[in-house]
Design a protein around this ligand. Sequence first.
Ligand SMILES: [Zn+2]
Length: 300
Amino acid sequence: MPELPEVETIRLGLRKYLVGHEIVDVDVSLPRIFSGDSKQIIGAKVQRIRRFGKGLLIDLDNDYSIAVHVKMTGQVLYRKVARASRVSQVPLAKVDVNDLPDKYTHIIFKLKSQNAKLKNASKNSKIDNDAFLFYRDMRQFGWVKVVLTKDAGDLAFFKNLGPEFFKDLDSKKFSEILKRNKKPVKQVIMDQSKMAGVGNIYANDGLYDAGINPKKAANSLTLKEQEKLFKSLEKVMKKGIAVGGASEWSYVDILGGAGQYQNFFQVYNQKGKPCNKCGSLIEKINLGGRGTFFCPACQK
Ligand SMILES: [Zn+2]
């Protein structure tokens, strides 16, 4: 499931490729995952892209926004109408955008770039487009909503979000949250209503980096451990952003390319492999319904 580094990578891609485009049409083939009035966004231009935890907000120039949550397997993909030649494709493509839309593509945004010189432009410029944004989702847990920008904060997802890493969560607030909770520390740092951004991959690797056992009660950590864990979580997520996220499953960037963090997993998905620090074998347990990986020697 995409976490902060993966969704941030999508945001950076949208900022690079989508901003400035006008939405000329919206085609929804799976109404269950789309809400709001698509007519409100036709003719509007994309102004900026914001991320809240694992959610995205595409702000338009007409007071409306498109909120997107990719959940488990959602993908946001951009393609020029003119198909890319095979040689100029993304080198690590997992999804070939030339093959879209396919059966998993549920929403198609037709786009026109600001200064597009459209080939074969007809007089009816409303239907001419030079790029697409596809929302693709195999398991269909994600969603796309058209909302008034000023009301976006009222969406349940955004409303219930705790303070966020790299934004309004600092080491002091982080410590206070841990002190108030007696659940296992791993469950507390993954609870998006308490703090936003960390999911299973970076929780596992962050706890390992800090040398803290994931089962330890959150309120039993010493101040030193709290501070170390905060730094370690930001450290592993920064690494995730730097390498474009983790693509061990369906996550891809907006051009269909794979991220590389799966090549840097420290304990996540490493059951039975030797610990990089001490050589003990990485163990796996179930904690709060999630696969939890740790080194029994290094994480006390
Ligand atoms: Zn170890």
